[in-house]
Design a protein around this ligand. Structure first.
Ligand SMILES: NC(=O)c1ccc[n+]([C@@H]2O[C@H](COP(=O)([O-])OP(=O)(O)OC[C@H]3O[C@@H](n4cnc5c(N)ncnc54)[C@H](O)[C@@H]3O)[C@@H](O)[C@H]2O)c1
Length: 354
């Protein structure tokens, strides 16, 4: 393993960029903070135009993980691993295995400061390969004692967050008769749609993949094409596809009262949070609403049982409600209130350790 960088990036505890000895690929691991616990963040396997872009992604995502864990009340720090895939076609078979073993060595070299998990481009089976080289990995398959696919847990957390938003905005936790539009019916969105179908909500589903229409038919939900979905008149818009769905252009078309979904970085620009506020649209910070995925791997790390996970996931609702109430009191956006909460927790821990 050739170490290219071990220098600290300003504001980060560690940044390790290596060339895998078996695979030759560039691997970047950024440790933003271990103030609250080991820096946990998934292993992203993605094809970047340059290794520098992969390193920049690791840095950006590691910092976001610190905020997500801190605001979620979890004793975890923030880190991220990035594997710069050699081509846009995901590697399979022996080449993939070599990459994952190299990644495992890089994780191990950090001595537990960074704990990896699945992310875009990796899954539970990949974590099992990484585990051949390091113990600092979670998200292992269920049969290996791991927490497996986090999506159903994430979906339950999003549902709890939606109920909190309804309570804050309309004074009721009930979804009965509420029009909810799920945009992106993949792992999380599909699970969420199934949960919503049992609540009496008036459900609409949208996905780029026309095959997902079957799910809409099965659940008796309306089907919307993606370009109509963002403009759907509804109480709740639940973005569960990729990030950046709300941008300066799409914001003009919104006709929802609440935005609460699983997609990370739903706002293309954080400044849009204030714009949503001024339009009377309640925006649930995505890193609060989708914390179920992180809770799932946190539970694996701390060997929490099913009931403890349930409690933590259901706790997303009251936690979000507190943030929404604080935002209203302080006349700031919910996003700003959530960020403030994360910073307070980090400052509190730093002061306690001093
Ligand atoms: N999986 C988890 O537990 C978890 C946890 C936290 C956050 N998230 C975030 O939630 C989002 C969804 O994750 P996932 O695991 O369900 O991914 P996924 O790939 O299984 O599902 C995404 C779905 O969105 C669809 N899609 C993509 N672009 C679209 C568009 N423009 N309009 C409509 N549909 C579109 C895709 O066809 C796919 O069906 C991601 O942003 C992810 O980062 C996931």
């Amino acid at each position: 393993m050739e170490v290219l960088t071990m220098a600290k990036a300003p504001g980060y505890e560690d940044l390790r960029v290596v060339t895998g000895s078996r695979s030759g690929v560039t691997i970047a691991i950024a440790v933003h903070s271990t103030v609250l616990g080991p820096a946990l963040g998934g292993a992203r396997m993605w094809h970047y135009d340059s290794p520098e872009l992969g390193v920049a992604d690791a840095l950006r995502l590691a910092r976001a993980m610190t905020f997500k864990a801190a605001a979620g009340g979890l004793d975890l720090g923030g880190g991220k691993g990035v594997i710069c895939a050699p081509s846009p076609v995901p590697p399979e078979g022996e080449p993939r295995r070599r990459i994952l073993l190299d990644f495992g060595d890089a994780v191990e070299s950090l001595g537990g400061a960074y704990v990896t998990a699945e992310d875009v481009g990796t899954g539970a089976a990949d974590m099992a390969v990484i585990a051949e080289r390091t113990a600092h990995v979670v998200g292992l398959p269920g049969e290996r004692g791991g927490s497996g696919d986090p999506s159903p847990v994430t979906a339950r957390g999003v549902l709890a967050a939606i109920r909190a938003c309804l309570e804050h905005r309309f004074g009721t936790y009930s979804l009965s008769g509420a029009r909810v539009c799920v945009v992106g019916a993949g792992h999380v969105g599909g699970s969420l749609a199934r949960l919503l179908a049992e609540t009496g909500a008036e459900l609409a589903i949208s996905d780029l993949d026309p095959a997902r229409r079957e799910l809409a038919e099965e659940l008796g939900a309306a089907w919307l094409e993606p370009d109509e979905a963002l403009a759907a008149e509804c109480e709740v818009l639940a973005p569960c596809a990729l990030g950046g769905a709300i941008d300066a252009r799409t914001i003009e078309r919104l006709r929802c009262r609440i935005i609460c979904g699983s997609a990370n970085n739903v706002l293309a620009d954080e400044r849009l949070a204030a714009e949503l506020d001024s339009r009377g649209i309640l925006f649930a910070p995505d890193f609060i609403a989708n914390a179920g995925g992180l809770i799932n791997v946190y539970a694996e790390l701390h060997r929490l049982d099913h009931e403890a996970v349930q409690l933590l996931v259901e706790g997303i609702g009251p936690h979000l409600l507190q943030i929404l109430d604080a935002a209203e009191r302080k006349r700031i956006t919910p996003l700003a209130a959530a960020q403030e909460l994360a910073l307070e927790r980090l400052r509190g821990s730093t002061a306690a350790a001093a």
